[in-house]
Write a protein that binds this ligand. Structure first.
Ligand code: AMP
Ligand code: ZN
Length: 490
């Protein structure tokens, strides 16, 4: 498989340190607020990558941290603690906030069919490991203590800006934001490994350390957690593109200084999901969540497909029109799959199966081209293969795409069978065509639709019309068919 590597700036053949096995590290969420759908774009693409590596035969060991301490509102070492900001906003303790938003994050992931990594480590559970690593860096001469904090000394490295040609100007972002410059640093690019001198006095979470009571810098988290769980040679490190600098740059600096050798060869970065007005960001406070998508009637899997339809290395602009288009495409896809005989006992046609599977693999092997992989799915439907072959291929691709294609198609088939049965027995069939409709609203609407049908039967057309008008005022659109009544939210 070829994957773009931010470190070499080329598409490299992905080779793991140990044949057949892959260690994969993912920078996890900062749990001071809900994840926005931009964050989740990154986790969807990482999920697809993990699943494809497994599909391709690799044994993947994946680890993710949960940033529940020490992540500042600027990516530099300045600004307010994001966790503390969340706690103040919601009048809760920092740990309550962390637990609540960690659970919320995994609940969103579940809805999006994002598999939970087998190893998930909250930063606050690894304080001794961080201290050990910081001490190691001090012992090796890569770190220094100044005005109470421990800093990494970037001047000790042959190369610090490993990903691209950043310069010191980039490090002044925090300063331009009106945050005081840290005069204790020897070099502008140095970063904090351990704080004892907090920029904010009411820091809640603090631990004892050889350098005084304090808390870890953000970057040390991922290095220490990764080294402990995945070993000295990491195969693959992932994150959104904003993580490349300074976060991943600092992770590389401290990990390689500590280990005395190269650490991770392959860096996978996902470009951002933007709104039409610019970057979606948690710290701006205005962002879209999975719950909001559901409230607006979009299944989370429609958003997953929206992400899969574009390449991870292109920034993606979110729009409701785009979501509408994807929703239509998803529903059409499901109904095309539902028109297959999904439980066919025919033999799978091996040659056709292999040829169509090769298209899917070629797309994914080509720098995880999920858009082409989705096209390969349509190629299956268009092909002259028998239904057993098509069903087997769709199920096979969906182990990676995770769009619940067979399950949803089976549901659609069952609904159709129910409708046919109801029509044959003269019973009124009511089908709701919108996702995520509140159960009490559903019950109310269905009751009104039945009353309308009864009124029609009794030839009380004035009453039937009045009910339709009332439903329309409630934002309900009705479509009568010979099977029954289909309704949606306008
Ligand atoms: P955070 O919770 O802020 O640490 O971010 C979690 C993950 O989401 C990181 O990998 C970020 O790089 C990524 N991320 C942040 N904003 C976006 C965005 N707008 N689009 C895609 N990924 C993002
Ligand atoms: Zn990280």
């Amino acid at each position: 498989m070829k994957l773009y590597n931010t470190l070499t700036r080329t598409r490299d053949e992905f080779v793991t340190h140990e044949p057949g096995k892959c260690t994969m590290y993912t920078c996890g969420p900062t749990v001071y607020h809900f994840a926005h759908i931009g964050n989740l774009r990154s986790y969807i693409m990482e999920d697809v990558l993990e699943k494809y590596l497994r599909y391709d035969g690799l044994e993947v060991k994946r680890c993710m941290n949960i940033t529940d301490v020490g992540h500042l509102s600027s990516d530099a070492d300045t600004g307010e603690d994001k966790m503390l900001k969340g706690a103040k906003r919601e009048h809760k303790t920092v740990m309550e906030i962390a637990q609540f938003y960690t659970d919320a994050f995994f609940a969103d992931c579940k809805k999006l069919n994002i598999k939970k990594p087998e190893i998930v480590v909250p930063a606050t559970s690894y304080i001794p490991e961080f201290i050990e690593m910081v001490q190691g860096l001090l012992d090796k001469g890569y770190a220094y203590i100044a005005e109470g904090n421990v800093y990494f000394d970037t001047s000790k490295l042959d190369e610090y800006y490993v990903f691209n040609k950043h310069d010191v100007e980039d490090l002044e972002v925090g300063v331009r934001d009106g945050v005081e410059e840290d005069t204790a640093k020897k070099n502008k690019s140095d970063f904090v490994l351990w704080f004892t001198k907090s920029k904010f006095e009411d820091q809640e979470l603090k631990w004892d350390s050889p350098w005084g009571i304090g808390y870890p810098g953000w970057h040390i988290e991922c290095s220490a957690i990764s080294l402990k769980n995945l070993g000295e040679y990491l195969d693959l490190h992932c994150g959104g593109i904003d993580n490349a600098f300074p976060h991943h740059t600092n992770e590389i600096a401290q990990s390689e200084a500590y280990l005395g050798h190269k650490w991770c060869k392959q860096w996978f970065h996902i470009l951002h999901l933007n709104t039409q007005s610019g970057k979606m960001s948690k710290s701006k406070g205005e962002f879209l969540t999975v719950s909001l998508l559901e409230e607006k009637g979009y299944s989370p899997l429609v958003y997953r497909l929206f992400c899969l339809q574009s390449h991870y290395r292109k920034s993606l602009v979110f729009s409701w029109e785009g979501m509408d288009g994807t929703k239509t495409a998803y529903n059409k896809l499901i109904s095309r799959i539902a028109s297959l005989k999904l439980d066919s006992n025919d033999a799978v046609e091996e040659e056709k199966f292999n040829a169509l599977k090769a298209k899917f693999k070629d797309a994914m092997d080509n720098d995880l081209n999920t858009a082409l992989a989705v096209t390969a799915l349509y190629d299956v439907l268009k092909s002259d293969a028998n239904d057993a072959t098509k069903t087997a291929l769709i199920a096979d691709f969906d182990t990676v795409l995770s769009l619940d294609l067979i399950e949803e198609a089976k549901k659609a088939q069952a609904a159709k069978a129910d409708a046919a049965k109801a029509a044959a027995s003269g019973e009124l069939m009511i089908v709701c065509g919108s996702d995520g409709v509140d159960e009490s609203l559903k019950a109310k609407v269905e009751g009104m639709i039945r009353d309308r049908a009864d009124a029609k039967k009794a030839k009380d057309f004035a009453k039937a019309d009045a009910i339709r008008v009332e439903l329309s005022a409630m934002g309900i659109v009705l479509k009568d068919s010979k099977e029954g009544v289909h309704w949606t939210l306008a």
